[in-house]
Design a binder for this molecule. Structure first.
Ligand SMILES: *[C@@H]1O[C@H](CO)[C@@H](O)[C@H](O)[C@H]1NC(C)=O
Ligand SMILES: *[C@@H]1O[C@H](CO)[C@@H](O)[C@H](O)[C@H]1NC(C)=O
Ligand SMILES: *[C@@H]1O[C@H](CO)[C@@H](O)[C@H](O)[C@H]1NC(C)=O
Ligand SMILES: *[C@@H]1O[C@H](CO)[C@@H](O)[C@H](O)[C@H]1NC(C)=O
Ligand SMILES: *[C@@H]1O[C@H](CO)[C@@H](O)[C@H](O)[C@H]1NC(C)=O
Length: 463
């Protein structure tokens, strides 16, 4: 009997505790202003937490209606992730304080006009990897001045990997002046007069960062670049450019340029086509993975007077970089930029010229490994001067600076030569000193060298 009472007591207590627990949970939830949203609509299908609505990969096939969005009003969402679903059409959304809207990888084909116009706080709109196409027909007018106020707050507009080949997209009536615009992976190659329309409207005024990676570009319309006149960072990697586009000169404030993976063959200065347009502010240049690049000629980069970071790596045919590649003439003086980071890894360079930079000792990063260096008197300065600089920045990095010529030096590291104080004399068993004792003077490169030869030869003749 006593045990039954005790058992009853235990059950009662347990039940009491359970019910009070349940009560807590309910009270907490009731207290949560979002409960209404949790019970139906968007938060039933997605995870609503803090100020984020995560609907990613929920097998949604229809975009939420304006009313469904409106029910999120009290939840005050700032981030909405709708990626990895399949919506054909994006319909009008309700007024919400959303800052980040992710619509990536949703198979989107069309966006209703006004769809985003109530999102006046929108900063990041990710529409990458969809099926958006440029519109034709009535909308070829491009920017018809809208009756409504377009979104001006947008910072990042990502349209990468769609099917856009011009700027005739109604979306551009809703959103203007994005700070960063990503158009990578769109077939923008047909630069025709659509672009001119676009230019007229100055839609891109204020865009600072422009991505045009993998756009099949063989050339770039100068007017197009002119319309992006405020751009400071430009990615043109993986296109079909065979020369550095002249129109880049329109981008007066350009600080960063990426030309990786373009079939540019040589950078040479000639009166008709200077190696580089005047990019006097450019600080960082990337020209890597360029299968066809063979040469960077005299003064070809002379206009890049602010250059600090030069990335020229993995160019398997790059055999020659002129000692004056970066040198510009100012009256009688020669000036070159104060390069701080130099990357020339894995090219086909047999030597580096000591005059290429004016101050090698001021570098804070350098990688010239993986080149087939010729170790003789001409590159002795690399052993004596460059090895200690390289190792000071990055201990033992010079181990990857390896001789591949002449035959007897093959495989020896420059560091080994430095440590063993090995000095290769020139003019004996080595190749004759270049530029001077070349038959016929064919390789004389300057008046001063001609004078030098005369000075050397004159006494001989006199005897
Ligand atoms: C609801 O929240 C308020 C303040 O956030 C708190 O004072 C109140 O006790 C909570 N009510 C319940 C039932 O938890
Ligand atoms: C998407 O919109 C187009 C018109 O813009 C319409 O023809 C089509 O039926 C819509 N598709 C869906 C799935 O609503
Ligand atoms: C959007 O979602 C995709 C896929 O999950 C992700 O890769 C991307 O970084 C997201 N974009 C933003 C702006 O968060
Ligand atoms: C670049 O080089 C590749 C081979 O490496 C060749 O197939 C291609 O035609 C070249 N392109 C140009 C524009 O010279
Ligand atoms: C550099 O190499 C020397 C031997 O040549 C070795 O003793 C030293 O630990 C190495 N330093 C680093 C940082 O790897």
């Amino acid at each position: 009997m006593a045990s039954k009472v005790i058992l009853f007591f235990i059950i009662a207590v347990t039940a009491e505790r359970a019910s009070s627990l349940e009560g807590d949970t309910v009270a907490e939830a009731v207290n949560n202003t979002d409960l209404v949203n949790m019970q139906w609509g968007i938060c039933l299908k997605c995870i609503c937490k803090d100020d984020k609505v995560d609907c990613s990969n929920q097998e949604l096939t229809k975009y939420f209606s304006k009313d469904e969005w409106a029910a999120l009003k009290d939840f005050k969402p700032r981030t909405i992730d709708m990626s990895y679903n399949s919506f054909e059409n994006i319909t009008v959304m309700a007024e919400l304080p959303i800052e980040v809207l992710n619509l990536s990888r949703c198979g989107i084909q069309s966006i209703e006009s006004h769809a985003f116009l109530s999102l006046q706080n929108l900063k990041v709109l990710d529409l990458s990897h969809n099926k958006l196409t440029s519109s034709y027909g009535p909308q070829v007018d491009g920017y018809t001045r809208p009756r409504y106020k377009p979104l001006m707050s947008i910072e990042v507009l990502n349209l990468a990997y769609n099917d856009l080949h011009s700027f005739n997209l109604d979306l551009f009536n809703q959103i203007t002046h994005p700070t960063e615009l990503d158009l990578s992976g769109n077939p923008m190659s047909n630069t025709n007069d659509d672009d001119d329309k676009f230019v007229e409207e100055r839609w891109a005024r204020g865009t600072k960062i422009l991505h045009l990676r993998s756009c099949h570009l063989e050339a770039i319309n100068s007017l197009f670049l002119f319309s992006f006149g405020s751009v400071t960072r430009l990615d043109l990697s993986d296109n079909l450019l065979t020369v550095v586009p002249d129109g880049l000169g329109e981008l007066r404030g350009l600080l960063y340029l990426n030309l990786n993976q373009n079939p540019i063959r040589a950078l040479v200065r000639d009166p008709m086509r200077p190696g580089y347009p005047y990019l006097t502010k450019l600080k960082e240049l990337h020209m890597c993975n360029m299968p066809n690049l063979t040469e960077i000629g005299d003064g070809a980069m002379a206009s890049l007077r602010s250059l600090e970071k030069l990335h020229l790596s993995f160019n398997p045919q790059l055999r020659r970089i002129s000692r004056t590649a970066l040198v510009r003439h100012t009256g009688q003086d020669h000036e070159s930029p104060m390069v701080k980071e130099l990357y020339m890894k894995s090219n086909a360079l047999s030597e580096l010229d000591p005059k290429l930079l004016s101050r090698w000792d001021l570098l804070s990063a350098i990688d010239v490994s993986g080149n087939p260096f010729r170790c003789d008197c001409e590159t002795q300065w690399m052993v004596n001067n460059l090895v200690p600089i390289v190792d000071k920045i990055n201990p033992n990095a010079s181990i990857d600076m390896v001789c591949s010529e002449p035959e007897e030096m093959r495989g020896i590291t420059m560091r080994h030569l430095y440590e063993n104080n090995r000095i290769k004399r020139c003019g004996e068993e080595q190749r004759p000193e270049r530029h001077v004792f070349v038959p016929g003077g064919a390789m004389l490169t300057s008046i001063s060298e001609l004078l030098l030869v005369c000075c050397l030869l004159f006494p001989l003749w006199w005897l």
